[in-house]
Design a binder for this molecule. Sequence first.
Ligand code: PHE
Length: 359
Amino acid sequence: MADDLEQVRAQTLAAINAASDVKSWDAVRVAVLGKSGTLTAMLKELGRTPPELRRERGAALNALRDEFGTALEARKVTLQAEALAAQLAAERMDVTLPPRLAPLGTIHPISRTMEEIAAIFGAMGFTTAEGPDIESDWHNFSALNIPGHHPARDDHDTFYLPGEPPHPLDNRVLRTHTSPVQVRTMLSEAPPIRVIVPGRTFRADHDATHSPMFHQCEGLVIDRDITLGHLKGCLIDFLRAYFGIATLPVRFRASYFPFTEPSMEVDIGWNRRTGEIGGDTDWLEILGSGMVHPKVLANCGIDPREWQGFAFGMGIERITMLKYGIADLRPFYESDLRWLRHYGFSPLAPAILHEGLSG
Ligand code: PHE
């Protein structure tokens, strides 16, 4: 090989091997094989070489071009491997470090109780229904057999909404109980019916045990041959599952509601002195219930000679306070994080009914 070629070869191979990154590698490639690269220029000059030398020199230059191409490719592979190794080293993760926990909220005790009620009654075949917070006087009272001027209206401390009612006897009210959703369900669904109705309710009352906004859960069952026995069995099962006490004493005591006949208040056994639920020391009233009044069925377009059933209603705050020993109602609505962390429930452990409630 001619001396000049030998020199170009040595310099170029040295430069290729000296390229330390993709950028300098590319600069070497352009300097040698680019449009005005050294080897390109030598190939162009071939035309001016004397014909007797041209063949030999041409073959030598082509061989050099192949050699440089191979050397460049090999260097590129090495540089890429080095770059990848450097990146992997820089981004190395220590999987043995403890995890940084994301802040996790808690489920409010009111929501938790509603979920537990839904889990227990869900297992008995009930679905959940909801209704509006702002009701007509008719849905909240009249349809439930509480006509205007009925004394039961006074017990409810109703919030009436301002404005002209669509009908003189149909003021709009903040619903005082979840019972109007009984009416809405019977009007929109043909029996048989099995629903629970958790939701917000409102009464003009405010002290340590009363809030102007609170929560209730209604229940309604309508079928052809539903009896008081079904009502009792259903509520006894519910209360024992909810409080997690298989032997919880439950007492049904005659009472009065305009929308049920007969009506019963339901009491559970507890100890008034210690506040402990269960046992037979004292009785504690816990919910209202009864057989749906025939007039209510008729008001809702259901023939009372063909269908009958039972209804019940309970205060969510009350049964929550009793289960967890919470003495004051007000913190339920104050959003104090310390209270919520203490009484709240993990969102990762939902209310599941499995031989009682888990969690
Ligand atoms: N609505 C009643 C209340 O708020 C509770 C109840 C519901 C009673 C259904 C009987 C049947 O006090």
